[in-house]
Design a protein around this ligand. Structure first.
Ligand code: SF4
Length: 555
């Protein structure tokens, strides 16, 4: 029933370990301990056959070990002692890998790194243009419990100094003007011979590129911190109970206060060793863009932090097939991105374009977004807030603001030229913008836009559900309380009324109804009305007017 969507090479398949991690979660959620044991055996065999783990593989294996620790605190009790055996063996393999890699610390040169990526020149340009994180080392010497990045313990490899300078220069050439020098690492860990992060900062000072450093100040790096402070480096110290007293002492010694972050309990979202794999939490990833690490390059899409995405983002490996790079947006600009709309980015010709469908990872966020304020930080719009703009009160407010909206559009399009002198493309854009505003002030059009948006989201979920049965089960588990509440409160209201009728009733909360239909799709139960609704309201995203519209290409 779903129409075929155009696929982009940015939609990659999950790796073997990612698939096994999902299957393992499902087995433990469903108390299928025998299945969990078999899956763990497959994971172990894979790890034994491929003992040189990449950074992301080792992170996955660490997550798998935490899952086992949480759900099988005493495997003998579950009468599956083999799980304990497999767990011990996997632990040995990981420890051996840590020992090997931290004994032979590599400095990765530019040619080796670039050759391994194997990207086309246009891809490299876009990688550097959209880079937001430049991780200088693999591994971190701080061992934080709540590491949202699941950084590997101990430093294993560094980019060489020359590689770092080359990459930074490429970023500057691509007019990238801002880069974070951390990721799953502490920038003060980076060294090569006598060089350290201060040498990189000196180089950066001569380029039109802002940088930021976030550090926990690894033990033994206090004098380097003082040196950086003397240089007025743009750094912040991330405070934990472990380094708080040490940083205070340094402040007293230098008689200066240091910029600090995370010194608040509410910012400490459990992650890493404290991840529970049963709750959905906000994301602490505040950016769309690419990440460069000694092990490769990735597109980063923020997500809620959950068993599905314990990093709070999805890392999509950039390969020679990648044909779309999201536009870099960080900080406040990233918060303003509506995560539930098709992404804006660059195509093969480096032109700005929009995808015509949602990425799987965005659909997962829609499914997990229960509309609570705790999930979305201030400044970020949840789907519930988005749907509320189609209600009567906001519609009337929009109507009142028509004059100022028209003035704003006039200023935007006609400040330097008269309407008759606009290009035909801009004439069309100008009129389309005016019409969109006027239409959203009309009751019937406002409702039709809302129905198109809801149909678009439901169709995306329906399409996703067919392809991802295992992840759907994980989300059903994570959402079981909300699902029960929604079924309890909505089943009677819904009775036999069609979706369009319920969604246009001002006395019924449209978001609850939407969630009810989402759960019907997840459960594949009572979903015929939803599927009929999707068919009756074919929709598409119009990137120019930034609204969902009836899809003219579908009869
Ligand atoms: S310093 Fe940062 S990257 Fe390193 S372990 Fe702690 S939180 Fe993770």
């Amino acid at each position: 029933m779903t129409k075929q969507k155009k696929t982009y090479a940015i939609q990659t398949h999950d790796s073997f370990l990612e698939q096994k991690k999902s299957a393992l979660l499902n087995a433990v959620y469903e108390n299928h301990h025998q299945t969990a044991q078999q899956i763990y055996y497959d994971i172990l065999k894979y790890a034994e056959a491929n003992p040189k783990f990449s950074e992301n593989q080792e992170k996955r294996l660490n997550q798998i070990q935490i899952i086992i620790k949480k759900f099988f605190p005493d495997p003998a009790k579950h009468s599956f002692p083999k799980i304990k055996m497999y767990n011990n063996r996997l632990k040995e393999l990981i420890l051996f890998s840590i020992k090997q890699s931290s004994k032979n610390i590599l400095h990765i040169n530019f040619q080796t790194w670039e050759k391994k990526l194997g990207l086309h020149p246009w891809q490299k340009d876009l990688l550097y243009k959209t880079a937001m994180t430049f991780q200088l080392t693999t591994g971190c010497s701080n061992f934080c419990r709540r590491c949202n990045e699941w950084a590997l313990p101990k430093v294993r490899s560094h980019f060489s100094f020359n590689a770092i300078l080359k990459i930074i220069r490429h970023m500057a050439d691509q007019t990238n003007d801002e880069i974070s020098l951390y990721g799953a690492s502490d920038p003060l860990d980076w060294t090569e011979d006598e060089k350290n992060i201060s040498d990189i900062i000196k180089f950066l000072k001569n380029l039109p590129i802002e940088y930021s450093i976030l550090t926990k100040v690894p033990k033994g790096k206090e004098s380097l911190l003082k040196k950086l402070l003397k240089m007025n480096a743009n750094l912040s110290v991330s405070i934990t109970s472990k380094n708080k007293a040490r940083i205070k002492r340094i402040e007293q010694e230098i008689e200066k206060s240091i910029s600090k972050q995370h010194d608040l309990d509410e910012l400490l979202i459990p992650a890493g060793l404290d991840e529970d794999f049963v709750s959905v939490k906000p994301s602490i990833t505040d950016g769309y863009g690419t990440e460069i690490t000694p092990h490769g390059a990735f597109i980063i899409i923020p997500t809620f932090t959950s068993a599905l995405h314990p990093f709070g983002h999805k890392k999509i490996r950039i390969t020679p097939d990648t044909n779309f790079f999201p536009i870099k947006k960080t900080g406040r600009k990233a918060l303003l991105v509506d995560y539930f709309k098709p992404l804006e980015g660059y195509d093969l010709e480096k032109n700005i374009c929009h995808l015509d469908c949602l990425l799987d990872v965005q659909i997962e966020s829609i499914i997990l977004d229960n509309g609570s304020h705790e999930l979305t930080p201030p400044g970020m719009r949840s789907l519930k807030e988005y749907l509320s703009i189609f209600e009567e009160k906001p519609r009337l407010q929009r109507k009142k603001m028509t004059l100022s909206v028209l003035k704003h559009l006039k200023k935007q399009f006609l400040s330097k030229t008269a309407f008759k002198d606009l290009s035909s493309k801009n004439k069309c854009f100008y009129l389309k913008k005016i019409n969109t505003h006027l239409n959203l002030c009309k009751k019937a059009d406002c409702l039709s836009t809302k129905l198109s948006a809801i149909s678009f989201f439901l169709e995306s979920i329906s399409y996703y559900a067919h392809k991802n049965p295992v992840k759907i089960k994980i989300m059903r588990f994570l959402l079981k309380n909300e699902m029960e509440r929604i079924f309890d409160t909505c089943t009677d209201i819904i009775s036999h009324r069609p979706p369009e009728n319920l969604l246009s009733d001002p006395d019924i909360d449209s978001f609850d109804i939407f969630r009810f239909y989402v759960f019907c799709l997840l459960n594949k139960s009572n979903d015929s009305a939803v599927l009929e609704f999707i068919k009756s309201y074919p929709s598409a995203y119009d990137s120019f007017t930034d609204i969902f519209v009836q899809n003219p290409s579908v009869e």
